[in-house]
Design a protein around this ligand. Structure first.
Ligand SMILES: [Zn+2]
Ligand SMILES: [Zn+2]
Length: 254
């Protein structure tokens, strides 16, 4: 599995791009950063987009990816997410008011995007990977994902505050080779973190105890960049032996 970190930040500023991973060049995990990071030719290779939730920093570039692909692709890009997430994208972003409904353009029978609700029973195969999910603790319907090949797996937390089920999924996966976990605010802002459905480094430590996988590298994303120095200082105290703070642009072969 090849993972390219297109964005790892909890917001946007010069040099900091919102959360987005490209898997095997054709599966996009969240859509915070596409148009800044990929050429049109690279964007045209994306067959599937998988969303954790419908907050703007995770779906904003779906709007520009769809626009850019008009006339460049004949095959629809499948947009996967739990049904409540797709309903929010359809109602609040691609609603023919804020932005065109690209599930009907350029024509209803050959649209640029096609919504694919995840079946409630899961797991499902997407872009050659087995994908499982669990709901996390965030103010809107949000899931974290486990991606499995025959020999390896990675976990992606999505946005979350203190949670349980996604860690159980990772803990029980013997072929887990990496865990991407959000941490947004420094410890002194733990009240804000809890109220906005995010984590601090201290809360992360509690989740890592639940994950109970010191053998697996942990990659931190979704930092709010105005607190980056403070966050890096606090994260450097982690008890986990293999913790990396993502900067964006990294490529991993897992
Ligand atoms: Zn969010
Ligand atoms: Zn977010």
């Amino acid at each position: 599995m090849q993972l390219k970190v297109l964005g790892s930040s909890g917001s946007r500023a010069p040099g900091f791009h919102a959360s987005c991973l490209l898997i095997n060049q054709r599966l996009l995990l969240d859509a915070g950063t596409v148009s800044f990071a990929l050429s049109l030719e690279e964007q045209a290779q994306i067959d599937d987009v998988l969303l954790t939730h419908a907050h703007l920093d995770h779906m904003v570039d779906l709007a520009f990816l769809a626009d850019n692909m008009m006339g460049l692709r004949t095959k629809s890009i499948r947009v996967w997410a739990p049904e409540p997430v797709l309903a929010m994208v359809s109602e609040h972003l691609l609603n023919n008011k804020v932005w065109p409904d690209f599930t009907r353009l350029p024509s209803s029978d050959r649209p640029v995007l096609r919504y694919c609700p995840l079946p409630p029973e899961g797991p499902v195969e997407i872009a050659g990977l087995q994908v499982s999910w669990r709901q996390t603790n965030h103010p809107v319907h949000t899931v974290g994902y486990l991606f499995e090949t025959e020999h390896a797996a990675i976990l992606y937390s999505g946005d979350t505050s203190d949670t349980e089920e996604i860690w159980q999924l990772g803990r029980e996966c013997t072929k887990l080779r990496g865990a991407f976990i959000e941490t947004s605010f420094p410890n002194r802002l733990d009240d804000l973190a809890i109220r906005s459905g995010h984590m601090t480094p201290a809360m992360l430590e509690k989740q890592l105890v639940k994950l109970d996988r010191d053998d697996v590298p942990v990659y931190i994303f979704h930092m709010k960049q105005q607190y980056l120095d403070e966050l890096q200082r606090e994260l450097s105290q982690s008890a986990h032996p293999q913790l990396t703070v993502l900067r964006g642009g990294e490529i991993y072969e897992i």
